[in-house]
Design a protein around this ligand. Structure first.
Ligand code: GTP
Ligand code: SPV
Ligand code: MN
Length: 579
C-alpha cells in the first residue's frame, strides 16, 4: 500500500481489478518522474521532440484527429433527479451512467500502466483548495497534470489529512467517438471519463473537477467555482487591484490575464493570478476573494504573437507541451499568427496543402504558470486576492457594446445570466453560432442554472463590499468583418475605466441596460480606433436590445418555477425601460 488513506488504497485496488493494468505507478510529481514519462512518450512517439536548441524542453503531441476538443454532447451530469442537472446539462441516471462506463472500463488497461495522480487544486496550504486523485492510463495526461496542478507527494499528504478527495477515473480507451463519455457524479464526488485523451475531457482536474464538481460542492459550502481569469492591475501609483473575468472558451481569458500595456499607458502592469478558473469565497471583511485552483496554462496557440500576447509568446519558448500545432522544416512548432518561419507539416503531420491551417484552431500549449513574465507569488497565497470587479464577456459581432456596468449585484447576476457568445473550436460542433452561455459556464456548471443563479444572488447578500459587475465585448465587427476594437493590450483602456468606476470615478451615461462610458471618459489617446468606430462600439441599439431582452426572457422561461423571481423582475424592468 502506498498511502495511509484507506479509501484511496481501496479505490485504486478496485479500479485495478476492473481495468486489469499491467503495472500501477503512484505519481510523486518529481522532475525525474516527468523526465521518465517524456522519454517513454518519445520512444512510442506519443511525443515528438521539437528543435531542442531553440525550443528547449518543448515537445509536440498529435492527438487523434477525431479527438481535438471538448465533447459537450457526450458530457453528462448524473444526479439522481434530472431536474437537479437542469436544462443546461445533459443528464443520465447515475446507475445507467455507471453501467455504461463500467462496461467500457472493463479490462481496458490490459498491457498498460495505471497511473495514480494525487493532485491539489489551489495552493497546498489553502483552506479553499480541494484535492482529487486521477487514475489514468495516459502518460500524456500525467505529464499535463504535472504542469497544470500541484501534483504528487504533497497533494497525497493533504489527501491523507483531509481524508476526502474527488475520484476521477480516466482511460483513453480505443478513442472510438461512439464509446466516449465524460460522466460526472456530483453527489459521489466522482468522474468517469473514457474514450478521449484531449484537454478538458481527460485532464480531469480542470473542467470536470474544478468547475463541474466544484460548482456543485460550492453551492452547499457557500462559495463559487467559476470559468474566470484573475488578474492584478497595477496602476502608475503602484496600487494593485484585482479583476476576475468570465468569457466563454476561446474568447480571450488567457490573453487578458497576460495583457501587455500599450506604450501610451506608461506605468501600468498586469499580474496574472489565473487564466481560466477562479474559486471565489466571501471573506470576513465582506469582500470576495479569489484563488486560482490551477498551476499552469492550457492555452490556445493560434493567434499567439509578439504584437498580441508577447508574454505568452515568450513563455512558450521552453518547457512546453504543444498539442496539434504544425512544424517547420527545421522542426520548430508553427501556428497561424507566428510571424517567423513557415510550416512544412500540418497538425496531422501531413505536408501543407491548400488553405487548410497548419495548427488546429483548438491547438494548445501546456506550460507552468511560473514561466509567465506576469507571474506573481500571490498565485500561491492561501488567502487569495480581493476582487474589485467581475467582468462578463462574450464574442458578439453585433449588439453588445464594448463595455457597460451593472447597477448593483442583482443586476450583475442578470448581466452574467444573459451572456451570449459565438461558439468556437474549443468544443466539437459548429463554430460561430451565437448561443446563450450564462457566466461563460454553459458547458461547465454541475447543476441547474436556475439554482446556480439563486446561489449567486445569495452569495451577494453575504458581501458588504461586493465587486462591481461589468460586461465587455472585444469582438464587435463592421459589415466587412473588420474588428471595431483593436483588442489585446488596448483592452487595458477598458479595464482602467472599470477600476475608476469601482470607486465612483470616470463619467458614465445611464442607459436601460446599464452604465456606459461617457464621451471621452475612456482614454483612447494613441489607440488605433476612429471616433466613428468608438461611437459604434458604445452605441446602445434600443430595438436590438428590446429583442435581446425578450429572448433572455424566453430563455429564462425554460427554467420554469426554479428561476429566481428577482431575475425575472429585473429583466422585465429593463424591457419596460427600453420602451
Ligand atoms: P480557453 O482556453 O478556451 O478558455 O480560451 P480563452 O478564453 O483563454 O481565450 P484566449 O485568450 O486563448 O483567446 C482565444 C482567441 O481569441 C485567440 O485566437 C486570441 O488571439 C483571440 N483574442 C483574444 N483576445 C482578443 C481581443 O482582445 N481581440 C480580438 N480580436 N481577438 C482576441
Ligand atoms: C476551454 O475549452 O474552456 C478550455 C480548454 O480551457 S479545455 O481544457 O479543453 O476545457
Ligand atoms: Mn477555458
Amino acid at each position: 500500500m502506498n498511502t495511509s488513506c484507506q479509501t484511496l488504497a481501496d479505490w485504486v485496488e478496485q479500479v485495478a481489478s476492473h481495468t486489469r493494468p499491467e503495472k500501477i505507478h503512484w505519481c510523486d510529481g518529481s522532475e525525474n518522474e516527468y523526465r521518465g514519462l517524456i522519454d517513454l512518450m518519445l520512444a512510442d512517439e506519443t511525443l515528438l521532440e521539437l528543435d531542442q536548441r531553440n525550443w528547449p524542453g518543448c515537445y509536440l503531441h498529435r492527438s487523434d484527429p477525431s479527438d481535438v476538443a471538448r465533447v459537450e454532447h457526450l458530457t453528462f451530469i448524473c444526479t439522481p433527479e434530472e431536474a437537479d442537472a437542469g436544462p443546461n446539462n445533459n443528464w443520465m441516471a447515475p446507475e445507467e451512467a455507471h453501467r455504461k462506463t463500467d462496461e467500457l472500463f472493463a479490462g481496458c488497461m490490459q498491457g498498460r500502466t495505471l497511473y495514480v495522480i494525487p493532485y491539489c487544486m489551489g495552493p497546498i496550504d489553502s483552506p479553499y483548495s480541494r484535492c482529487g486523485v486521477e487514475i489514468t492510463d495516459s502518460p500524456y495526461v500525467v505529464a499535463n497534470m504535472r504542469i497544470m496542478t500541484r501534483m504528487g507527494t504533497a497533494a497525497l499528504r493533504r489527501i491523507e489529512q483531509d481524508d476526502s478527495f474527488v475520484k476521477g477515473l480516466h482511460s483513453t480507451g480505443d478513442l472510438d467517438p461512439d464509446k466516449r463519455f465524460i460522466m460526472h457524479f456530483p453527489e459521489e464526488l466522482t468522474i468517469k471519463s473514457i474514450g478521449s485523451g484531449y484537454g478538458g475531457n481527460a485532464l480531469l482536474g480542470k473542467k470536470c473537477h474544478a468547475l463541474r464538481i466544484a460548482s456543485y460542492q460550492a453551492r452547499y459550502e457557500g462559495w463559487l467555482a467559476e470559468h474566470m481569469l484573475i488578474l492584478g492591475l497595477q496602476d502608475p501609483t503602484g496600487r494593485i487591484r484585482y479583476i476576475a473575468a468570465a468569457f466563454p472558451s476561446q474568447c480571450g481569458k488567457t490573453n487578458l490575464a497576460m495583457l501587455v500595456p500599450p506604450a501610451e499607458l506608461d506605468g501600468w502592469r498586469v499580474w496574472t493570478v489565473g487564466d481560466d478558473i477562479a474559486w471565489l469565497h466571501p471573506g470576513d471583511d465582506g469582500r470576495l476573494y479569489a484563488i486560482n485552483p490551477e498551476a499552469g496554462f492550457f492555452g490556445v496557440v493560434p493567434g499567439t504573437a509578439p504584437d498580441t500576447n508577447l508574454n505568452a509568446y515568450e513563455m512558450i519558448r521552453r518547457d512546453t507541451i504543444f498539442t496539434n500545432v504544425g512544424v517547420t522544416a527545421d522542426n520548430e512548432p508553427w501556428w497561424e499568427g507566428r510571424a517567423e518561419n513557415k510550416p512544412a507539416l500540418d497538425w496531422k503531420g501531413q505536408p501543407m496543402s491548400g488553405d487548410s491551417p497548419a495548427a488546429h484552431p483548438n491547438s494548445r500549449f501546456t506550460v507552468s504558470a511560473r514561466q509567465n513574465k506576469g507571474y506573481t507569488p500571490l498565485m500561491d497565497d492561501p488567502r487569495g486576492v480581493p476582487i474589485s470587479a467581475i467582468v462578463f464577456g462574450g464574442r458578439r459581432r453585433e449588439l453588445a457594446p464594448l463595455v457597460y456596468q451593472a447597477r448593483d449585484w442583482e443586476h450583475g447576476v442578470l448581466v452574467g445570466a444573459s451572456v451570449a457568445s459565438e461558439t468556437t473550436a474549443a468544443a466539437a460542433g459548429q463554430v460561430g453560432v451565437v448561443r446563450r452561455d450564462p457566466m461563460a459556464m454553459k458547458p461547465f456548471c454541475g447543476y441547474n442554472f436556475a439554482d446556480y443563479w439563486g446561489h449567486w444572488l445569495e452569495t451577494g447578500k453575504r458581501l458588504s463590499s461586493p465587486p462591481e459587475v461589468f460586461h465587455v465585448n472585444w469582438f464587435r465587427r463592421d459589415e466587412s468583418g473588420r474588428f471595431l476594437w483593436p483588442g489585446f493590450g488596448e483592452n487595458l483602456r477598458v479595464l482602467s475605466w472599470i477600476l475608476d468606476r469601482c470607486e465612483n470615478g470616470a463619467d458614465a451615461v445611464d442607459t436601460p441596460i446599464g452604465m456606459t462610458p461617457a464621451a471621452g471618459a475612456l482614454n483612447t489617446d494613441g489607440a488605433d480606433v476612429s471616433a466613428a468606430d468608438m461611437e459604434a462600439l458604445l452605441h446602445i441599439d434600443r430595438a436590438g436590445w428590446r429583442q435581446e431582452m425578450q429572448q433572455i426572457g424566453e430563455y429564462f422561461d425554460t427554467y420554469g418555477e426554479r428561476l429566481p423571481a428577482v431575475l425575472r423582475q429585473r429583466q422585465q424592468k429593463i424591457l419596460g425601460e427600453l420602451g
